[in-house]
Design a protein. Structure first.
Lengths: 158, 582
């Protein structure tokens, strides 16, 4: 089962390496990992999506906690948290179908951020299922390149 | 006060109370060793960095203090790696300090550059690469704090040469500042009460103790728990000495080469009270058949150990000493309201196993390794500090040298590092200068770190090395005999001639060498070794194909013990060994 862990860490060199190494060494798979600074410059937040059973999740959390630079770990419940991911997709277009692609991007509240004669780059944010739907719709036109940020998430309310 | 980085490092070490350190200098460590030269800290120059790490580890095990080792960058640091991993696996407090190339050269593949913090990341509790001289005092303080608190372990500090040459204003914090590090010391009250109830209600309880009891100094509390409730105690290799082995309630070691009574008791018990132990595969045997009838109380300071291998029904995270003290109180409080079942049947059963299945060996022909260990025990009256190498020598030492006190048995448990015992014995001797220190060794293990004999001679550490010399990598040979049709692939250390001549080797180093081939000469040799005030190498030419028994084949359940005298070797079925692994 997929779990989204929100991990507050000290913003120090090598922390990402420690976390990545821990997952590799203990045989846990990282589905996605996004990291950036928070409102406090000395603290970073990692959003880690892992696909593990309940027992292994317990191990992941406990082992993560043993890292000296890890301050707090929470397992985000999808019902009481919000999650977003950003995708940049470079789509093959020509004069004929360009407007079609732009229309699809509009439906997904996407932005066109680059246009050339043979391709456009669309930026879309959303949850995993929205982005999947977006990708599926654009596939027939030809996706030249695609990049996703990985999920970032926060618990709702206070 | 303005200091150089190197001087600040030395001052910080002094403030931590460091009295001794083990290491070898090198190019980028020149400033540090130069600063150390004026310090009262005793410097032990080993002959290999691995020896320095093991010596620091041995020192830490017998004294309970943080062991310190030092090495230069690159090969110096990589040579420390085995020793660091060893103390990590056995939760031994250690601070390792390595030199690093100058910060502007890091990442350029400079001469003697290695990514030491990267290499050691999976085998340390924490590590640091210091880039600013101003951080030195804080980092050293944090490193020692992390190494000795919570579940102890090694911490590495990597120090670039320009940082140790740089200058700083020295100041020391009152307390280390570690936001993400707060070990749980006090156990949960409700959980402790649940454990107390389970103990009172149990018909056939067993206490299973590991190295955590020794680390936390909980032997008295443990004794109180066992005696107060008449519970049998079995221990791991790391837990040896936590509970007196001559005690009526002691069942000896459990697991792969444990006693029959320990393993049978685990199979039949209705309650395991695990204290500072981690249910290692050498202990559990086949996991699915481990302690099938037991409720498991697991007391450990590391929450990640709870339910890692065996599910704990009543987990208690906390320091063993604190938790056991509270547990004893809770039992006392609750004993009036909880009715305890009659445990006489269980006691009779276990004591009967204990009587029926003592550790035995065929005393028949030739010089038996077990006999040598027994004699060392007799002559030293069980009062020596015993270090071991790894393999058969280690298991025989564990089986036949009974320990009554903690911090007297020094052995590489988790990592199983051959070559550990001898340098560790030097560290142990330096930590306990008045004690008699033995290293029970094998000829294979000893040859892995024997250059430290020069260290032992020059530092005046009169350790007594007893090599149980069978000419083989004995434990591997035993497995080949049992599970690989006696094909001794690459395990025979001797051919037409015996090499090395250990007696001549000892003498070449300036130590004393004694060779023993006759069982009747064993005692005299041990006495002679003890009387000599220098390091002694005893070369006991023991039976080459003697095996360690009883044995639970890898992957077999604990009740399936093979090969002691009741079951001659021919009866062993190799096919019983599922998933063989080394």
């Amino acid at each position: 089962m997929k779990h989204t862990l929100s991990v507050l860490v000290e913003n120090k060199p090598g922390v990402l390496a420690r976390v990545a190494e821990l997952f590799a060494r203990r045989g846990f798979n990282i589905e996605s990992l996004a990291v950036g600074t928070t409102e406090k410059p000395d603290i970073s937040r990692m959003t880690i999506v892992v696909d593990v059973e309940e027992h292994s999740l317990e191990q992941v959390r406990k082992q993560l906690h043993k890292l000296i630079n890890v301050i707090e770990i929470s397992d985000l419940d999808p019902d009481s948290s919000v999650a977003r991911e950003l995708v940049l997709a470079k789509i093959k277009v020509d004069a004929e179908n360009r407007s079609e692609v732009i229309e699809i991007a509009d439906i997904f509240r996407g932005n066109i951020i680059d246009v050339s004669r043979e391709s456009i780059i669309v930026e879309v944010t959303g949850n995993a299922s929205k982005l999947r739907a977006f990708e599926d719709l654009l596939k027939p036109y030809g996706i030249r390149e695609l990049v996703r940020t990985g999920k970032v998430a926060l618990p709702r309310g206070k | 006060m303005k200091l150089t980085g190197a001087k600040a490092l030395v001052k910080s070490l002094e403030e931590e109370g460091v009295e001794i350190l083990f290491g070898i200098p090198g190019g980028v460590m020149l400033p540090v060793f130069d600063a150390l030269n004026d310090s009262k800290i005793r410097k032990i120059l080993t002959r290999h960095e691995q020896g320095a790490a093991h010596a620091a580890d041995g020192y830490a095990r017998v004294t309970g203090r943080v062991g310190v080792c030092m090495a230069t960058s690159g090969p110096g640091a990589t040579n420390l790696v085995t020793g660091i991993a060893n103390s990590y696996m056995d939760s031994i407090p250690m601070v390792a300090i390595t030199g690093q190339v100058a910060t502007n050269l890091i990442g350029t593949d400079a001469f003697q550059e290695a990514d030491t913090t990267g290499i050691t990341m999976p085998i340390v509790k924490h590590n640091y690469l210091i880039k600013d001289p101003a951080d030195i005092a804080d980092v050293v303080q944090e490193a020692f704090y992390i190494a000795r608190t919570g579940r102890p372990g090694p911490v590495l500090i990597d120090l670039p040469v320009d940082v140790s040459r740089g200058e700083l204003e020295y100041r020391r914090r009152e307390q280390p500042l570690l936001r993400g590090y707060k070990p749980t010391i006090k156990g949960h009250k409700k959980q402790i009460r649940m454990a107390a109830r389970a103990i009172l209600e149990s018909r056939s309880p067993v206490i299973y103790v590991g190295g955590g009891v020794i680390n936390s100094g909980a032997s008295l509390e443990l004794k109180k728990l066992a005696e107060g409730n008449k519970i049998f105690v079995t221990h791991t290799l790391m837990g040896k000495g936590a509970f007196p082995e001559s005690h009526r309630l002691s069942l000896g070691m459990l697991g792969m080469h444990g006693t029959r009574c320990s393993n049978y008791a685990i199979c039949e018990t209705d309650l395991i009270v695990a204290v500072g132990a981690r249910f290692d595969d050498r202990i559990t045997g086949k996991l699915s058949e481990f302690a099938p009838k037991a409720t498991v109380v697991h007391i450990d300071i590391d929450p990640a150990e709870i339910s890692k291998n065996v599910r704990a029904h009543i987990p208690i995270v906390g320091d063993c000493k604190q938790v056991l003290r509270e547990l004893n109180l809770a039992i006392k409080e609750m004993s009036a309201e909880v009715a305890s079942p009659d445990r006489r049947e269980w006691s009779t059963l276990v004591l009967d196993w204990k009587k029926k299945y003592p550790l035995i060996y065929d005393k028949g022909s030739g010089l038996k390794p077990q006999y040598v260990v027994e004699k060392i025990y007799e002559v030293t009256k069980g009062n020596a500090i015993v270090c071991t190498e790894v393999g058969q020598n280690q298991m025989w030492a564990a089986q036949f040298y009974r320990m009554e006190k903690p911090r007297r048995f020094v052995s590489s448990g988790g990592l199983g590092t051959m070559g550990f015992g001898f340098p560790a014995s030097i560290g142990a001797q330096l930590g306990c200068p008045k004690d008699l220190v033995f290293d029970i060794a094998g000829d294979g293990s000893f040859q892995m770190t024997m250059q430290e004999m020069a260290t032992a001679v020059l530092e005046g550490t009169p350790v007594k090395v007893a090599i149980l010399n069978n000419g083989y990598l004995g434990m591997v040979r035993q497995w080949q005999q049992l599970f690989y049709d006696r094909t001794y692939a690459c395990t025979c250390l001797q051919r037409e001639q015996n090499s090395p001549d250990f007696v001549a080797l000892a003498e070449a180093f300036g130590a004393k060498g004694i060779r023993v081939e006759d069982p009747d000469m064993v005692e005299a040799a041990i006495v002679e070794a003890i009387e000599a005030d220098c390091p002694v190498l005893m070369d006991f030419r023991v039976e080459p194909e003697e095996n360690v028994y009883p044995m639970v084949a890898p992957g077999a359940p604990l009740y399936d013990m093979i090969g002691d005298m009741l079951y001659p070797v021919e009866k062993i079925h190799p096919e019983k060994a599922e998933e063989p692994f080394l």
